[in-house]
Design a protein around this ligand. Structure first.
Ligand code: HEC
Length: 220
């Protein structure tokens, strides 16, 4: 194209005619592809891929954002739900059984039969039947002194096992004890345990006289 400017002498000496130049240009134009501007169309499937990805990301965020709450990953925080209010407590004898084995069975035995001369039975015990307050109180602050359970005398000392347990745990245990081994007591609520715990604040171990005065054993 600029041959003419670069080598004017040679062109002239070889006698390259203007006609010949035009012919060469035409030949070059025919054989060489025109250079393109530096872009080509993005393949359409990549455009769709990106749109799809953006859509998926939006869906993922709306479903899994946990409302962007700081406690979204804290399993112990009750899930806030506008209608349900605070989580409702369900007395659970199965949970109670596990807690009983861990906290009570060392003395009262898994069979609930206790140990003659040492630990009174809970199976068929009138102390466990009727009002749930008697039992909740014994679990919370303990019992010491001579008692008679199912015709047998005991003079032992039960510590305040319940002081280290939560209201709900005690409710589960009491619910279990009152329904196991043929016992037939109503389930116990955690709110009842909380109420009794509050009323007993600072109270030491019960003597049999004191607890039986407040909650006489019911005749069967
Ligand atoms: C360290 C041993 C020990 C543990 C643990 C224990 N108790 Fe007792 N419990 C006793 C003794 C001893 C008595 C009798 C106290 C007395 O003679 O004055 C008793 C009495 C009772 C009574 C009243 C009498 C009866 O037999 O009905 C109940 C109810 C009772 N315990 C429930 C429980 C429950 C529920 C647990 C577990 C949360 C528990 N105890 C854990 C030793 C224990």
């Amino acid at each position: 194209m600029n041959d003419r400017h670069r080598q004017p002498d040679r062109q002239r000496s070889e006698g390259t005619s203007d006609g010949r130049l035009v012919e060469i240009h035409a030949q070059i134009a025919r054989e060489k592809e025109e250079p393109r501007e530096g872009f080509s169309l993005t393949p359409i499937f990549i455009v769709f891929l990106f749109c799809g990805f953006g859509f998926w990301a939006g869906l993922y965020l709306t479903r899994n954002s946990g409302d962007f709450s700081a406690s979204a990953f804290d399993l112990d925080v009750p899930k806030a739900s506008a209608s349900a209010g605070p989580a409702v407590f369900e007395p659970d004898a199965a949970k109670g059984e596990k807690l009983f084995v861990a906290n009570c069975a060392a003395c009262h035995q898994a069979t609930g039969l206790g140990m003659p001369g040492a630990f009174p039975p809970l199976a068929g015990s009138p102390w466990v039947a009727g009002t749930d307050e008697r039992m909740i109180k014994i679990i919370l602050v303990g019992l010491a002194g001579e008692v008679e359970v199912k015709g047998a005398k005991f003079n032992g000392n039960m510590p305040n096992i319940g002081a280290g347990l939560k209201d709900a745990q005690i409710a589960h245990i009491a619910t279990y004890v009152r329904s196991a081994w043929g016992n037939q007591g109503e389930p116990v609520m955690d709110t009842k345990v909380a109420e009794v715990r509050k009323a007993l604040a600072g109270h030491g171990q019960f003597s049999p006289q004191e607890i039986l005065k407040a909650h006489p054993l019911e005749a069967k």
